[in-house]
Write a protein that binds this ligand. Structure first.
Ligand code: AMP
Length: 398
């Protein structure tokens, strides 16, 4: 069965068509600038040439119409008709406490997702638009919602409650939710495969280090803690997000700078993290790594602070798990930068980690980068959120 995976943003839409049985990618693409001048669709069939078309898309329904048109196109299409698409898997950012697993989409599910809009005002409404557009164009095709938050719903209360008046949890569900759950779930399962051990017997720490970054602690196949919170702003220092800070800083800066809470929060989301720490140089770790090797002060302080924060979380989660079998690195930076992995692991002598320098330079494969003598394993596992969504979707519709 072919599964169409849709990841809808406010003005963009990413898609992949995946053969669920062989788990092969058939085609993928991206619609950009939806509802804005200069909209463009990029479509890449696995066995063909990339096609880029600038064409108006007034809304997401237009975008999905173009996606379905490309997939069934006589010349560059990969299926003969929409009947060859067995199901659609939608990535949904926030499922609140309503969803602890993926689910078939019904009217009730749409309504329950809408109830979480407050918790992810930029993302959930866009995800819902994607669902509505697909349902309009493919009314008979089953659809599944796969939530970024679901994997973390197994966290115990002591991990998800904040130390604030309990009534805020009761009234507004203010608590830790966590994100990147599809990635944490996929990578931790792959880790068990790579280690040749049962998922349910392992203690794992997964470091998803991309532009957005988070860490999770997974015990016996269940998430017990994660670094992102009510929103994705908490936790690690990220590309442009600050991660953890003293909440009093917000009022302090509002007073000093004469800015509103909204303005400061905008800065904490978009102008902070490694971009902010490097004095505005770059949010891209590749640029910073290059400057680190040239001893540029701004790059040295930024990379050190980034690596230290990750190591601090690994320490905390080792305590939460009462030990750890393997630390897994994934996402853009985690998968590709031997340099940052080495910097982080340099803090972890107490875990008896010895990296294999040659393995640490390899890319694009699931790999153990420690020596046989290492007391704790360190793994690099390329994440594949689309495949994870396709698996979840297939599991529910087959
Ligand atoms: P993601 O959000 O997972 O796409 O990751 C994006 C981040 O990964 C960007 O900040 C990139 O700089 C970083 N990244 C990608 N490739 C590399 C690399 N070879 N070395 C260092 N960082 C990388």
């Amino acid at each position: 069965m072919n599964i169409l995976v849709i990841n809808c943003g406010s003005s963009s839409l990413k898609f992949q068509l995946i053969d669920a049985k062989s788990e092969q990618l058939i085609a993928k693409g991206l619609c950009e600038r939806i509802g804005i001048d200069g909209s463009q669709i990029t479509y890449t069939p696995t066995q063909g040439e990339k096609v880029e078309t600038v064409t108006p898309m007034k809304d997401h329904t237009d975008a999905i119409r173009l996606v379905l048109g490309a997939l069934t196109d006589e010349k560059c299409g990969v299926v003969k008709s929409l009947k060859e698409i067995g199901a659609v898997g939608h990535r949904i950012v926030h499922g609140g406490e309503n969803f602890a697993s993926s689910t078939l989409i019904t009217e009730e599910v749409v309504e329950a997702i809408r109830q979480c809009n407050d918790l992810a005002p930029l993302h959930n409404p866009a995800n819902l638009i994607g669902i509505a557009a697909c349902r309009e164009l493919m009314p008979d095709t089953p659809m599944v919602a796969v939530f970024d938050t679901a994997f973390h719903q197994t966290m115990p209360q002591e991990a998800y409650l904040y130390g604030i008046p309990y009534e805020y949890y009761e009234k507004y569900k203010v608590r830790r939710y966590g994100f990147h759950g599809t990635s944490h779930s996929y990578v931790s399962r792959q880790a068990a495969k790579l280690l040749g051990r049962e998922y349910e017997e392992l203690k794992l720490i997964v470091c998803h280090l991309g532009n957005g970054a988070s860490v999770s602690a997974v015990r016996e196949g269940k998430c017990v803690d994660t670094s992102m919170g009510l929103t994705p702003l908490e936790g690690l220092i990220m590309g442009t997000r600050s991660g953890d800070l003293d909440p009093a800083i917000i009022e302090f800066l509002c007073n000093k700078e004469g800015k509103s809470v909204g303005e400061i929060l905008g800065e904490l989301n978009k102008k902070s993290g490694v971009l902010g720490l490097s004095g505005g140089f770059s949010s891209d770790f590749r640029d910073l790594e290059e400057q680190f090797h040239k001893d540029a002060d701004f790059a040295v302080r930024t990379m050190k602070a980034f690596a230290y924060r990750v190591a601090k979380y690994i320490g905390a989660y080792t305590a939460a798990l009462n030990g750890v079998d393997a630390i897994c690195f994934t996402a853009g930076l985690g998968e590709n930068s031997g340099f940052i992995r080495e910097k982080i692991c340099a803090y972890l002598g107490y875990l008896g980690i010895t990296l294999d320098p040659e393995a640490n330079q390899k890319r694009g494969q699931d790999i153990d980068i420690t020596t046989p003598q290492s007391r704790t394993r360190v793994l690099v596992i390329p994440t594949n959120e689309e495949l994870a969504i396709a698996r979840e979707t297939y599991g529910l519709v087959k």
